[in-house]
Design a protein around this ligand. Structure first.
Ligand code: CP
Ligand code: NVA
Length: 309
């Protein structure tokens, strides 16, 4: 049956591990899988800006033998004159998978419900699950096993990145800490879903308001922009509210001495992270960015193998 990847918990713990193993193999042997040879086309649609996601999907689809079709929503009928489900019904007649960066998660649900080809969330307001596959791959490369590690996300806990860490981290058996002002906590329903997953994987999710408490003894420190795409109007309030959550050398020093720092990028140096942290020796952001390519190729190979004939 066709599977979609709209949220981090659309895959089981065993499936997540399988995709990460495949990503590791594809990173070592880049052109070893060509499920899109023919070539088949994959549509990659953007309602919001992108550098990494656009390039990594385009290059990854080409690596797999396929042809990427990059669509900007502004120059398509989607979002204006046409619904996600009608768009999906048309695209499925011509493409092998649909990748979509959008605003509301409900649009992705509608797109997936209306089509027989896999739909992949390339970032929504609620989740960024492709980024999490890359982050987990990167953490695994630097730390070995994921299960049992403590990861602290500091900043906008209601953001797509924080909520994806909650779900994907719990799936991987990690102890996920999120430190944010109370008004920017992850959604209670997301935490409840993650708690259920963590009960089976040995992981956990804990919410904090004090960034120092969350960072203490952590193996991994993560942050993201305080002003996600679509939240630009709230910039002044956000910058005033998140000041204490900036990851600087002092906050990093509370984590384990061998802790690593991740940021999905783009970054606002001097806001959510100090330049000497993001550009310092504990930062693994460039491996993280590269791993978008390998993780998404693995995801595509895995989803295409499960697609309805
Ligand atoms: N991290 C990430 O998704 O980057 P882009 O917005 O450049 O795609
Ligand atoms: N949280 C950020 C991630 C960018 C890749 C945003 O949604 O803008």
């Amino acid at each position: 049956m066709t599977r979609h990847f709209l949220r981090d918990d659309d895959i089981t713990p065993a499936e997540q591990a399988e995709i990460l193993d495949l990503a590791e193999r594809l990173k070592a042997d880049r052109w070893s899988e060509t499920p899109l040879a023919g070539p088949q086309t994959v549509a990659v649609i953007f309602d919001k800006s992108s550098t990494r996601t656009r390039v990594s999907f385009a290059v990854g689809i080409a690596d797999l033998g396929g042809s990427p079709l990059i669509i900007s929503t502004a120059s398509s009928q989607l979002g204006g004159k046409e619904t996600p489900s009608d768009t999906a019904r048309v695209l499925e007649r011509m493409v092998s998978a649909i990748v979509w960066r959008t605003y509301a998660q409900s649009g992705l649900d509608e797109m997936a419900a209306g089509t027989t080809v896999p739909v992949i969330n390339a970032l929504s307001d609620d989740f960024h699950p492709c980024q999490l596959l890359a982050d987990l791959l990167t953490i695994r490369e630097h730390k070995g096993e994921l299960a049992g590690l403590t990861v602290a996300f500091l900043g906008d806990g209601a953001s797509n990145m924080a909520q994806s860490y909650v779900l994907a981290g719990a799936t991987a058996g990690m102890h996920v800490r999120v430190a944010s002002p109370e008004e920017f906590s992850p959604a209670a329903s997301v935490v409840a879903d993650a708690d259920r997953i963590a009960a089976g994987t040995g992981g956990s999710v804990t919410l904090f308001t004090d960034p120092a408490e969350a960072a203490a003894g952590a193996d991994v420190i993560v942050t993201d922009t305080w002003v996600s795409m679509g939240k630009e109007d709230e910039k002044a309030h956000r910058v005033a509210t998140f000041g204490a959550y900036k990851v600087d050398a002092e906050l990093m020093s509370l984590a384990k001495p061998d802790a690593v720092f991740l940021h999905c990028l783009p970054a606002d140096r001097g806001y959510e992270v100090a330049a000497d942290v993001i550009d310092g020796p504990q930062s693994i952001i460039w491996d993280e960015a590269e791993n978008r390519l390998h993780a998404q190729k693995a995801l595509l190979v895995w989803l295409l193998a499960r697609k309805d004939a």
